[in-house]
Design a protein around this ligand. Structure first.
Ligand SMILES: C[S@@+](CC[C@H](N)C(=O)[O-])C[C@H]1O[C@@H](n2cnc3c(N)ncnc32)[C@H](O)[C@@H]1O
Length: 230
């Protein structure tokens, strides 16, 4: 039976409340699956996963239908109330059990070392405190557990990175639900103590004009295994 904690239970007021952005994202993200080629990228993000998975900032649940059957359970944390409701709908259509729960990346409402994998998909741009969020991801993964990430961040030439920094200091986070365009997800993961596996830079979309959000990265990182006792 599938657990759905967010539907009827009373929850504390959400730490993330972006109703306008949530409506915008709910509409645009579905279109972006085709227009930006995101559907295929999500397939690659999730391919080969198995066991217990936690997805951070799951949005409207666009990844859910793409989890491989070898995944035993997904706990999908989403703080924004409207997106969480849409995620609950998407969870019903998934081929694996998906439990949608309220909560924020900076204080994940789950036990330590309980997950084989964590999925970060277009979310490090939006969390308030990246270092804290990644420390939480590290806490909830078992030693050797993997992080699958699809993120966007700093990229392009000098003009583009200057534009990205300016946008981050001014209108972008206000207009787009706390999103930042000049963050550096790979450096943040390394700084949080993850071992970086293979990753590749990609443009979203691959063809056409470059936007401040176009500089993507798709890859794997691991929580290091504990050192062998001497
Ligand atoms: C650009 S959307 C991406 C949604 C989804 N992961 C996807 O791939 O389509 C960013 C998501 O991060 C969520 N978010 C924002 N702040 C967060 C936080 N502190 N902790 C967890 N999620 C957060 C937003 O509510 C939103 O669902």
């Amino acid at each position: 039976m599938r657990l759905m904690s967010a539907g009827s239970a009373k929850v504390a007021p959400s730490p993330v409340h972006h109703p306008l952005f949530a409506r915008f994202y709910a509409r645009c993200s579905v279109d972006a699956e085709r227009r930006l080629g995101l559907a295929a990228v999500r397939e690659r993000l999730l391919a080969g996963l198995s066991g217990r998975v936690i997805e951070i900032g799951a949005g409207n649940g666009l990844n859910f239908a793409r989890y491989p059957a070898a995944v035993a359970e997904v706990v999908a944390v989403e703080p924004e109330p409207l997106l969480r409701r849409l995620a609950l709908d998407a969870a019903q259509r998934a081929q694996v059990p998906v439990d949608v729960v309220p909560g924020a990346a900076e204080a994940l409402p789950v036990k330590s070392e309980a997950y084989d994998a964590a999925v970060l998909s277009l979310v490090l741009c939006s969390v308030r405190d990246v270092a804290r969020a990644l420390a939480e991801v590290r806490r909830v993964l078992r030693p050797g557990g993997e992080v699958r990430f699809l993120e966007h961040g700093r990229g392009g030439g000098r003009m583009m990175t200057m534009t990205q920094r300016t946008l981050d200091r001014t209108v972008w986070p206000v207009l787009f639900g706390g999103c930042h365009v000049a963050r550096e997800p790979v450096a943040e993961l390394r700084g949080a103590g993850f071992e970086l596996g293979p990753y590749r830079r990609l443009l979203l979309p691959e063809q056409g004009p470059k936007l401040p959000t176009s500089y993507g990265v798709l890859g794997v990182a691991w929580r290091p295994r504990e050192p062998e006792p001497r």
